[in-house]
Ligand binder design. Structure first.
Ligand code: PLP
Length: 489
């Protein structure tokens, strides 16, 4: 598992020369801008020095990192494979074709588009591709136009109005959805008439009957499934059924759990690819690739998604597409399946360890890669808990819980995820030790008052003993599972 893997051992065996290559590169950077060389060095030191439990982060392999730092970055390649608006794109064609081939084969998708620079870009590409397919194409036929260039000003006006009439139903931010799933301040909440579904107030789980009733009433063009902070699996067969009943397009954003799909932990009705029309993802979370996005689609949607550039994207990042190809090749190995299973097992161990120590969890547990603690029984806000954990060597992020009384800034929850520590090689028993540290720190943290004597949502006291004990235990675990072992700058 993690960096101690057959895949990585190939280069790990020659770490002295890798270390020396990085040292040479960093000294070249230092000559141009020493502050950037220093920050880059320091980031490795910092990442090595704390327990990273941020559910959306991971540690990419050295081959993935190395692939991003090359001259492929210098090439413009707007267009698609074999159909570019620039000359000399033959190597970028190879890169993009290999990445798309790996993505199609890994996920069993009919079509893969690997150009989006991020998860948000992937979602924007998907939304506009769906609009192009479901709204623009029928309008062109109705107006007797061959393409948008043939539209009259009056046709354009009609088309713009139709785009503006479309509806989107996605999971609410509060219940664990993402900003791009129709949250009002995001462009997705402005370009569509939006509504959101939440979770059951009692169980905090998705209630498919309620989603169905909402969909029947609202009749969205797009039903979005997927989440950033929901600690459970989703049944995509049920979501497909709901979409079919109301004639909606089913789009699944698997940004968070793509690694669990790739690693065959989510199969059958928990695998979105056979059920959704369009699937979007990031490549840098549980999938353990470079920062980036990707869209998978059925053949029906492929021609529209393929127009991501010029629809909403400019030139692709060729070096990052290359790194996606390397990461996807890694994700096709049996070893990655072992990793993905360990991510889920570790989340389970972390949840059980926390529950045993009296920590409340949203939905009462997890069956994916993340855990959402509700810290109100400690008398804390999410912000106080996040800060106390940070000074104790544990990096997390505060997160709203359903109907959060403290809002999205202070929050009542703290989100934890296991992809990164699992990449370092952490096991279930290590996660129990981490649960013990978290419960110990939270139990030793007390809120303090503001200068006006009111309860503070940000300030707190943490006992020195609890902090020092946690820091020492963190160091013990980090030493057991070094990050990029042997890489010395
Ligand atoms: N979709 C989901 C479900 C996410 O959790 C995120 C990131 O947190 C995104 C999309 C956006 O990804 P990015 O930050 O790469 O734009």
């Amino acid at each position: 598992m993690g960096p101690h893997t057959p895949l990585l051992r190939r280069i790990v065996s020659d770490l002295e020369s890798i270390s020396s290559a990085y040292r040479t590169l960093l000294s070249a950077i230092e000559e141009v801008e020493p502050r950037i060389a220093a920050a880059t060095r320091q980031e490795l030191t910092d990442q090595r020095a704390s327990l990273k439990l941020i559910a959306s982060e991971n540690y990419a392999s050295l081959p993935v990192l190395a692939t991003m730092g090359t001259w492929l970055s210098d090439k413009y390649a707007e267009g698609t494979v074999g159909h570019r608006f620039y000359a000399g794109c033959q190597n970028v064609d190879t890169v993009e074709a290999v990445a798309a081939e790996h993505a199609r084969e890994l996920f069993g998708a009919e079509y893969a588009y690997v150009q989006p620079h991020s998860g948000i870009d992937a979602n924007l590409t998907a939304y506009w591709a769906i609009l192009a397919h479901k709204v623009e194409s029928p309008a062109l036929a109705e107006f007797g136009a061959k393409g948008v260039a043939d539209l009259t000003e009056a046709d354009w006006e009609t088309l713009r109005r139709r785009f503006g009439e479309q509806r989107l139903l996605g999971m609410s931010l509060d219940a664990g959805g993402h900003l791009t799933h129709g949250f009002r301040p995001n462009v997705s909440g402005k370009m569509f008439h939006q509504r959101s579904y939440g979770t059951d107030p009692e169980t905090q789980l998705l209630d498919y009957d309620v989603i169905r009733a909402q969909a029947r009433e609202f009749r969205p063009l797009i039903l979005v499934a997927g989440y950033s902070a929901y600690p459970r699996r989703v049944n995509f067969a049920k979501m497909r059924d709901i979409a079919d009943e109301v004639g909606a397009v089913l789009m699944v954003d698997m940004a968070h759990f793509a690694g669990l799909v790739a690693g065959k932990v989510f199969t059958g009705e928990e695998d979105p690819v056979p059920y959704a029309d369009v699937v979007t993802t990031t490549t840098h979370k549980s999938l353990r690739g470079p920062r980036g996005g990707m869209v998978l689609a059925t053949g029906e949607y492929a021609p529209s998604v393929d127009r991501g550039c010029p629809l909403v994207l400019g030139g692709p990042l060729s070096n990052v597409m290359a790194a996606k190809a390397v990461a996807l090749a890694e994700a096709r190995t049996a070893e990655f399946q072992t990793y993905a299973q360990a991510v889920a097992d570790n989340a389970q161990a972390l949840a059980e360890g926390l529950l045993r120590r009296g920590v409340d969890l949203v939905t009462g547990g997890t069956d994916n890669h993340l855990v959402l603690m509700d810290v109100r029984s400690f008398g804390l806000t999410g912000r106080q808990a996040e800060s106390a954990l940070l000074e104790s060597g544990i990096v997390t992020n505060r997160n709203a819980v359903p109907n959060d009384p403290n809002g999205a800034w202070y929050t009542t929850g703290v989100r934890l995820g296991t992809p990164a520590l699992t990449s370092r090689g952490f096991t279930a028993s290590d996660m129990d030790a981490v649960a013990d540290m978290i419960a110990g720190v939270l139990g030793s943290t007390t809120p303090t008052t503001t200068s006006k004597g009111e309860p503070s949502k940000a300030k707190y006291d943490l006992t020195d003993d609890a902090r020092d004990g946690s820091l020492a235990e963190a160091q013990r675990l980090l030493n057991l599972h070094p990050l990029y072992p042997g890489l010395e700058l």
